[in-house]
Design a protein around this ligand. Structure first.
Ligand SMILES: [Zn+2]
Length: 283
């Protein structure tokens, strides 16, 4: 009997070794794909330890910020009308992009994700760094569902574009690192300035960090709650503006953070848009 159990143990040890080798192999492959730029730093611990316990939703303990370095992108002036400092209004094809800003939000983002999954629509989430750090489970859920990420600054600094380039760079890098502390190989190819306040410096630094600057074509101003406007009227206004102004290629701006009426409005809008347009995540 002892011989048999020894054999079993040997088989178990071999299987474990094989599994570890394969995991390390995968992690190495992921590292190569995720860090194309020379001088890229160490891999975040999550990709080397796939079985590590999920990070606690509230804490940042035990996290190592990703040091991934993205390739800069070339700044090409888009055709036609642009937003501030040459930021783009359109997707560049017929696809319509839904973008949700300021989150993730523990109440609204899960509702939105559920709705998007039901309608089989992919979207782009412009995350605020502090919110991403607070809600890693939601950052993970966004990636798992196949949506894309956009950097919306560390703490929604409306004057970010006017700060020195070094401060802009640090802010954007810190935000990307917060997302990649949860999803180490996350592609973050877009940046949206808080308030849409793009400046040439902000657009330039974003490009240096591999991100296109996105403005919007359709803005239902869902963040603005006018005095005397009921919740129902607010929702109707969002629905009306989006329906009226959306054309192929539009980038639509909305907010999931602290805007329950927006989520409610999308219960009407999502099926309506989906039947008329090709809804795409910016990738
Ligand atoms: Zn915002």
């Amino acid at each position: 009997m002892s011989g048999l159990s020894h054999t079993r143990r040997a088989v178990a040890v071999s299987a474990l070794l094989l599994l570890m080798t394969s995991l390390v192999g995968q992690a190495t492959a992921a590292t190569i794909t995720a860090q194309p730029a020379p001088g890229a730093g160490v891999t975040a611990p999550h990709s080397l330890m796939p079985s590590a316990p999920a990070p606690s939703p509230s804490g940042r303990e035990g996290r190592t910020e990703s040091t991934r370095v993205d390739k800069p992108i070339k700044l090409v002036k888009p055709k036609g009308r642009t937003g501030p400092a040459g930021s783009v209004l359109l997707t560049g094809n017929k696809g319509v992009a839904l973008t949700f800003d300021d989150g993730p939000d523990p109440t609204n983002t899960p509702k939105l994700l559920k709705m998007l999954a039901k309608e089989q629509v992919k979207a782009t989430f412009c995350l605020v760094g502090t919110q991403a750090r607070r809600h890693p489970d939601l950052v993970e859920a966004i990636a798992k569902d196949g949506h894309s990420f956009c950097n919306h600054s560390w703490n929604h600094d409306l004057k970010l574009g006017k700060r020195p380039k070094s401060a802009i760079r640090a802010d954007l890098a810190r935000t990307n690192a917060a997302i990649r502390a949860v999803v180490p190989d996350a592609k973050i190819r877009y940046m949206r300035a808080p308030g849409g306040n793009f400046t040439p410096s902000l657009v330039k630094v974003s490009a240096e960090l591999g991100m296109h600057s996105i403005y919007w074509k359709v803005d239902p101003r869902d963040w603005e709650h006018k005095t005397g406007e009921s919740s129902a009227d607010h929702r109707k206004r969002i629905v009306r503006i989006v329906k009226k102004h959306t054309r192929p290629g539009a980038i639509i701006l909305s907010h999931d953070y602290n805007q329950p009426d927006t989520i409610a409005a999308y219960r009407t809008l999502l099926p309506w848009l989906r039947h008329r347009f090709d809804l795409v995540a910016l990738t």
